[in-house]
Design a protein around this ligand. Structure first.
Ligand code: CFM
Length: 545
């Protein structure tokens, strides 16, 4: 069923007036006749609303720093923060030589009550000594969780002293969970720290090959970056570093030599992309390796950027070969999927990226949104100058980056850059809304109440989101597809990944499981209640009881 403003109004009417006013700004019905559709984003979730968001620590240590494999990532805080973020994100990694891969470890200062009272700095310093002695990592990060900021441990000073003592790259990240309105704040903190302390530390002055690139905002969930790299290598690209999936300190420190930076997830890493351009003169290209069409377009745009005839030819040869391999496999899945509808609600980028892949299978996205993205991820980067900063966004400083005197090199002349920008998303991202179909819904920070209401109205055939909200739709008899961890499947990126995705989604529709599920509200009486006016006497009695 198509949705209209009146239906949204009815959903919102259940809220108190102030909450209704707030939530209304986070919901938009796509209407291409209106040039710029505004949406509110990256503001605080209203207390009491069941959101799917995480915290700044999750965004910093969990998302951006965590996948760097040859470093030990210390969590300074009580053990729960480290334990519950231990291997919960599927950022896969292969061990390089020399054999340093510490991703499987959970390393925490395990702060106790006495550390909270008397301070945890000494314990942290001891822990760093121990980590250096036991693991001999290439570098160390320290991430703070909430109590550390509350008691005022100076982790930056501890890191600085340890760096001098051990002669090792040891950096601290003040990413206490409360530092922002979501994990997005943590991405920004991590981006700043990596740029200030690691990128450019290496001594390379020249790229190792003609087409050296970095892939930013790709975390190798379910092996995605391996599939992307397979194709890129076949075309002839050299990937210096993936930030940060399967990434390493050793590679990251020489990231400055690349001739082009690709940006897959704009939300989590656009700060580094922008700073690399300012400091080293390297443009970034917004790519999307989710979906066959999007992958082909990204590969063609890359070839166009380098503008080399041989590379353009090779790109087309590889595309042709890959398509020949996957197209016959895709057909049976398309038959099962065709004509269906989907919800596509993910953290900060995938809500956009997966819509094209759904479309290729014949599935229409009727609702999409992000947990924590900013207005530019919805409306495009043109909106950046118009985003008002508030106390929360000011909390994390924008680094002031200037051109590196020795290493800054314009990778392409200004005129060519301008010409290319008319054709490809070079150092630009146009956001999600413009790609959505008229009448579809865009919801920022979707909560559980609204999820149920939108499901009731739109009746999607598949609900794609994450672990926190998948079980409710599943109990309603709707297939779900986790787009954060892929339900332990994947890779879903690139050509072969599209086949895996098609297979998994088709399986979700075709499984006979749904015939055996009766939602509880269908065969059990529902509890109904009402609020009655009570006399003073009865209220006192009840309170006393
Ligand atoms: Fe970027 Fe991500 Fe995403 Fe993200 Fe994440 Fe993730 Fe995500 Mo889960 S970095 S914004 S903070 S694409 S962990 S790999 S799936 S919410 S949509």
């Amino acid at each position: 069923m198509a949705i209209n403003e009146k239906m949204i109004e009815e959903i919102l009417n259940k809220y108190p007036a102030k909450v209704k006013r707030n939530r209304k700004k986070h919901i938009v019905i796509r209407d291409s006749a209106r040039e710029n559709q505004e949406i509110e984003a990256n503001t605080r979730t209203i207390p009491g609303i069941v959101t799917n968001r995480g915290c700044a620590f999750a965004g910093c240590k969990g998302v951006v720093l965590g996948p760097l494999k040859d470093m030990v990532h210390i969590v300074h805080g009580p053990i729960g923060c480290a334990y519950y973020s231990w291997l919960t994100r599927r950022n896969k990694a292969k061990t390089d030589d020399p054999k340093k891969n510490f991703l499987a470890y959970c390393v925490s200062t395990d702060m106790q009550e006495s550390d909270i009272v008397f301070g945890g700095e000494k314990k942290l310093a001891r822990m760093i000594d121990e980590v250096v002695e036991i693991f001999k990592p290439n570098a160390i990060t320290i991430s703070a969780t909430c109590p550390v900021g509350l008691i005022g441990d100076d982790i930056q000073a501890v890191a600085k002293a340890a760096r001098a003592k051990h002669g090792l790259n040891i950096t601290a990240y003040s990413c206490e969970g409360y530092k922002g309105v979501s994990q997005s704040a943590g991405h920004h903190i991590a981006n700043n720290g990596l740029m200030e302390n690691i990128v450019g530390e290496g001594d390379w002055e020249e790229p190792p090959s003609k087409y050296t690139i970095n892939i930013l905002g790709e975390y190798n969930i379910g092996g995605d970056s391996w599939e992307v790299e397979r194709v890129l290598n076949e075309i002839g690209y050299e990937v210096q570093v993936v930030m940060t999936g399967n990434g390493s300190y050793e590679k990251l420190k020489n990231a400055h030599v690349a001739q082009l930076n690709l940006v897959q997830c704009h939300r989590s890493i656009n700060y580094i992309a922008d700073m690399l351009e300012k400091k080293y003169g390297t443009p970034w290209l917004k790519v999307n390796f989710i979906g066959i069409r999007a992958t082909i377009e990204s590969l063609r745009n890359m070839a166009l950027y380098f503008g080399d005839e041989a590379l353009i030819k090779r790109t087309e040869e590889v595309i042709e070969k890959e398509l020949a391999e996957i197209e016959p496999q895709l057909e049976p899945y398309k038959k099962i999927c065709s004509g269906k509808t989907a919800f596509c609600f993910v953290g900060g980028s995938r809500g956009h990226h997966y819509q094209g892949l759904y479309e290729e299978l014949g599935i229409t996205t009727v609702l999409a949104g992000y947990e924590f993205a900013h207005r530019d991820d919805y409306e495009g980067r043109d909106v950046l100058p118009h985003i008002k900063s508030d106390a929360d966004s000011k909390n994390i400083p924008d680094l002031h980056v200037t051109p590196d005197e020795r290493r800054y090199r314009l990778k392409i002349p200004v005129e060519r850059m301008e010409e290319l920008q008319k054709k490809i998303p070079l150092s630009n991202y146009k956001g999600m809304i413009k790609d959505m179909m008229d009448g579809s819904i865009v919801v920022d920070d979707l909560n559980h109440y609204e999820t149920e209401e939108f499901i009731r109205i739109l009746k999607p055939d598949i609900f794609s989101s994450g672990i926190k909200d998948k079980y409710i739709p599943q109990k309603m008899g709707i297939p779900t597809k986790q787009l954060h961890n892929y339900d332990y499947s994947g890779p879903y990126a690139g050509f072969r990944g599209a086949i895996n995705f098609a297979r998994d989604v088709a399986m979700g529709f075709a499984t006979p499981t749904w015939n055996f599920i009766v939602p509880p509200w269908k065969d059990k009486p529902l509890l109904e209640g009402s609020i009655e006016q009570c006399s003073d006497d009865t209220c006192v009695e009840e309170v006393g009881a």
